[in-house]
Design a protein around this ligand. Structure first.
Ligand SMILES: Cc1cc2nc3c(=O)[nH]c(=O)nc-3n(C[C@H](O)[C@H](O)[C@H](O)COP(=O)(O)O)c2cc1C
Length: 153
């Protein structure tokens, strides 16, 4: 069974958390074992991160950039990779983002997380409360990520 991490920041309204739960639902439906971590609640260690086969990352748009805790994750990841890159790169990954109407963080989000491995699907972007259609797109993304994790060597 593949193990999938859904790592996200959600704080203001829980919008990104709703998307994260839908991604997790899709991945579980495709047979993966899923762990959800809100980076606003705790900081994942890089040894924990190494154990996952694939990852979905989610962020709200904060000041046209990713949330601070997701930036902290990237900083931790980069520093750990410099001393031991094992299982830190080359993971299948998927992205989702919640915004209030601007949504300019999508570009830096995609650029920064392109370091993570092989992107699965297109970034799901949502304005404010995710609609049923957005939640369905998140479920489909989770499913696609689980399938990619199964076939990843
Ligand atoms: C500090 C802060 C800065 C924000 N900056 C932006 C922004 O630059 N552009 C935008 O579209 N939305 C912005 N928003 C709106 C959030 O991206 C939006 O409400 C999002 O759905 C919040 O996700 P959450 O409920 O999971 O925390 C900002 C919200 C906060 C709290």
């Amino acid at each position: 069974m593949s193990s999938i991490l859904v790592l996200y920041h959600s704080q203001e309204h829980g919008n990104t958390a709703l998307m994260a739960e839908a991604v997790a639902e899709g991945a579980r439906a495709a047979g993966a074992d899923v762990t959800l971590i809100n980076a606003n609640e705790r900081r994942i260690t890089m040894d924990e991160y190494r154990a996952f086969d694939a990852v979905a990352f989610g962020t709200p748009d904060y000041f046209s950039y990713i949330a601070g805790t997701m930036k902290t994750f990237l900083d931790d990841w980069y520093i750990a990779k410099m001393s031991n890159p094992a299982r830190l790169t080359d993971k299948p990954y998927a992205l989702f983002i919640s915004h209030g109407g601007g949504g300019r963080a999508k570009q830096p989000f995609e650029e920064l997380f392109s370091r993570m491995g092989t992107k699965v699907g297109a970034t799901v972007a949502s304005q404010r409360r995710p609609t049923p259609a957005i939640l369905e797109a998140c479920r489909a993304l989770g499913q696609q990520l689980a399938q990619a994790a199964h076939s990843h060597p």
